[in-house]
Design a protein around this ligand. Sequence first.
Ligand SMILES: [Zn+2]
Length: 474
Amino acid sequence: MPELPDKREAFIDWYLAAVELAELTDKRYPVKGMNVWTPYGFLARRRLDRVMEEEIEATGSRPVEFPALIPETEFAKEKEHIKGFDAQVYWVTKGGATTLDVPLVLRPTSETAMYPIFALWVRSHQDLPLNVYQVVNTFRYETKTTRPFLRVREIHFFEEHTCQLDEERASERVASNLAAFAKMAARFQLPYLAIRRPDWDKFPGAFYSVALDIPVGGARTLQIGSIHHYRENFSRPYGIQYEDPTGRSKFVHQTTFGLSERLLGAIVAVHGDARGVAFPADIAPYQVVVIPVPSAKGGDPTPYAREIEKVLREGGLRVHLDDRADRPGAKYYYWESRGLPLRLEVGPREAEAKTVSAASRLGDKATIPRAGLLAGVRTALGAYDERLGAQARKAFAEAFALATSLEELKGSTTVRLFPWCGSPECGHRVEEAIDGALLGTLEGAPPIPLGAPGACIVCGRAESTVWSAAGRPL
Ligand SMILES: [Zn+2]
């Protein structure tokens, strides 16, 4: 069996090898940064989509789908936005042999596709809030080194766009999105940091941006999602107005919430180990694999294995029967490296005793009686998820450390937390010291116990400082 690079010492090499070994994607497609979703990778992606759809719809959002092409005239309406994406967009300039009158942008994100239509949909205060989302592919001409799921040019993207009555309602939507993400992350067993980006790093056109970051070893971090408050920055240029109960015309306040296939990369990064990928049960393409284990003494366990598979499938689990001719040991390794949560070994002994031998991806073993099969398997999956989550939370807490001086940021081997006064001057000094980014100020509970923030780590000012984080984004 191939040896994976050390995850701690060489994270990116380990990551690339783990993704490759699990066959989640095929990167041999002849356009850089545009990869093929394999059957196994697609099943994982579909699970991620389902979780996102379920949790966002539970907050009153409804699905839509807008076209992939956006006229340049619409794209150019919000100045900051176009400036932010100028170097990253793909252009469609011809239809057949005809040069188009108005060039079209292949969506890098869908504000400028949706908002001219929102202006038609929103008429009165009774049309609000408008909460819609879509799951589509977006395109960004990424100039840095591309990596499967982490940095690609065709991105599988989840984007919610909302219109609210006023600034306060929009802030409430941001809070509602944060709560929805907390539920998704619990199902992914993924601890994360919600952090308000400094002004110089917010989304182009946003009033403010809250990013969802995870630590991925050393001082490195990965942004896995973001939530933005737009105020009236888009509704004014796009004319999204409503009539309030007194007949006055007002602009809506808008928010967006974006997640992408990076979540799959994050799950690989956080849960994977020396043997490869490890999927939480909710995301795993298959939760259970049933492997018939023939014995030299004879007796074919396959019919019993089929019976086991049928009971689990009819019980609503995602189960796969691996009855290929390979040796059982080779199959164990195959499914471990693919991160499958629970393996059931079924030999003549189990067939006779009416049991199955269960082994989790984390190495826990149990004998489950055929009579209580479904409940036994559900319990084993629950215990597996619990351990996977506990392991991830432990590593998460260890990824942060307090910094009390600029000196301590230099050559930092963890993500650093410290009090910051909020001034750009101090922020840039922090970025120079850590040779990375000031990620922003913490929203919600800190990842490690912290008291009240003291004096700014740079200028020493004591009033209105906030806990902040700095690291090196991947
Ligand atoms: Zn300061």
